[in-house]
Design a protein around this ligand. Structure first.
Ligand SMILES: [Zn+2]
Length: 64
């Protein structure tokens, strides 16, 4: 285990927040399932999540 604090990472924070929001929505929404957003809110949250995921993964790839 490392005890060095991770630098603050705004993109990762937003990615995790979008993931949590998407999960929370699919858990409470009767129309949506985790992998298939069906209502307008669910589709919006899914799009946000994908956007941050793409940005985060693209940045990880660039750091290699
Ligand atoms: Zn929904």
């Amino acid at each position: 285990m490392s005890d060095t604090p991770r630098p603050r990472d705004a993109l990762y924070d937003r990615y995790m927040k979008a993931a949590a929001a998407r999960r929370a929505h699919s858990a409470t929404c009767t129309q949506c399932s985790p992998d298939a957003p069906r209502c307008e809110d669910g589709q919006h949250l899914e799009a946000e999540f994908k956007r941050f995921q793409d940005a985060y993964l693209a940045r990880l790839r660039k750091q290699r």
